[in-house]
Design a protein around this ligand. Structure first.
Ligand code: R7I
Ligand code: MG
Ligand code: MG
Ligand code: MG
Length: 339
């Protein structure tokens, strides 16, 4: 069962990225009908013409991080920095990296062999560091690697973030997203309510934000609880106003958590009811709009870790570039964690 959760996390993260990337540029909510039309296309596509959805930077970086953890059996900052940088400069244009992170990789490459892996990230945005969601979008392998050890998870989520993102919101976003995947791995469908899941996240964020005066995540999690408990489902526009779906870690991470918890609370839209729970989470998260590939991948990583890989149809996965790699890395991280 745990192996199914590992695979579910990596594969749903991949599907969320690949499918979400189809709508990222639009920067507006995605209609359920549009998503269900894609579902029909995927279902009916010929085997020969499958695998037409490319993954983006979210998956590329997650897989490089996973490879490094598997090869070294531990987190080695220089190796992850080296893998991130090499992949960045050799990857095709369809990866759509964040606009500012290129500077980090240029500086890392210049100072190769990576003598100061955290230096360039700390110079971003006049020294305050990037608050982009890039730290959290790729963090799920840390949760799979650290499963059962929350202290190590928090440490490695922060360290892996700091290679490109040193802003406290980006670091806390990575810690929160990794923690959500860990809670999902450690619990099962039927054994935990959405409110209990939310409470576990809330307890953690209280700790992560203890020295953060603005308490952005704390406040957004409170809003999420209020929205889910409300009788009428909030419109996507209201969600956008109250929480956000943008490039900031504080927005995209909270949007992914909201999408997962809404489905756990059985408040997902009826238009998606013919789909499995994992599929519903991925589609619902993308329907929120904004940074759809990133919200899709993070919601997918949580949902797959919770529900396992059974609900992921082969016609979804065979449409996604990177399926074999995702499966292989999940299997290896599971083996490593068992030791
Ligand atoms: O966070 P990052 O890796 O971008 C990830 C996003 C995801 O949606 C991916 O799917 C991909 O499309 O990009 O990359 P960064 O370049 O560090 O941050 C992304 C953007 O956030 C930057 O280009 C800025 O526009 C904005 N940003 C900031 N703006 C002002 N001040 C990030 N930090 C700051 C800041 O401190
Ligand atoms: Mg992307
Ligand atoms: Mg983008
Ligand atoms: Mg994105």
């Amino acid at each position: 069962m745990l192996l199914s959760k590992y695979k579910g996390s990596a594969l749903a993260a991949l599907a969320g990225d690949c499918i979400g990337a189809e709508y990222e540029a639009a920067w507006q909510p995605v209609a359920y009908q549009t998503l269900m039309e894609l579902e029909e296309i995927l279902k009916n596509s010929q085997a020969a013409s499958r695998r037409f959805l490319n993954y983006t930077d979210d998956t590329e970086m997650a897989h490089e991080l996973a490879k490094s953890l598997v090869e070294n059996g531990k987190f080695v900052a220089k190796d992850v920095a080296s893998k991130f940088t090499k992949t960045f400069f050799t990857s095709p244009p369809c990866r759509y990296y964040g606009e500012s992170v290129r500077t980090v990789f240029e500086k890392l490459q210049k100072a190769s062999p990576f003598s100061d892996p955290f230096g360039p990230a700390s110079e971003q945005f006049d020294g305050q560091g990037s608050y982009g969601n890039g730290s959290a979008m790729r963090v799920f392998p840390v949760a799979l690697f650290c499963h059962g050890n929350q202290e190590l998870l928090e440490k490695l989520a922060a360290l892996s973030a700091k290679l490109t993102h040193v802003h406290i919101d980006a670091i806390n976003g990575a810690k929160l997203q990794a923690s959500a995947v860990e809670i999902a791995l450690s619990s099962s469908d039927g054994s935990i309510s959405w409110l209990e899941f939310w409470q576990k996240l809330k307890d953690l964020i209280d700790k992560f934000e203890v020295d953060v005066p603005e308490k952005v995540y704390t406040n957004k999690l409170d809003t999420i609880k209020e929205l889910i408990a409300r009788e009428e489902v909030a419109s996507v526009h209201e969600f956008e106003d109250e929480v956000g779906t943008g490039i900031k870690a504080t927005e995209a991470v909270c949007a992914a958590i909201y999408a997962f918890l809404m489905c756990l609370a059985d408040r997902q839209p009826s238009e998606l009811s013919s789909l499995s729970k994992v599929q519903q989470v991925v589609f619902y998260s993308i329907s929120l709009g904004g940074d759809t590939d990133t919200i899709g991948t993070m919601a997918g990583a949580i949902a797959g870790a919770f529900y396992g890989d059974e609900g992921l149809p082969s016609y979804w996965l065979s449409a996604c570039e990177g399926e074999d790699m995702a499966r292989d890395l999940a299997t290896k991280l599971h083996e490593l964690n068992e030791k």
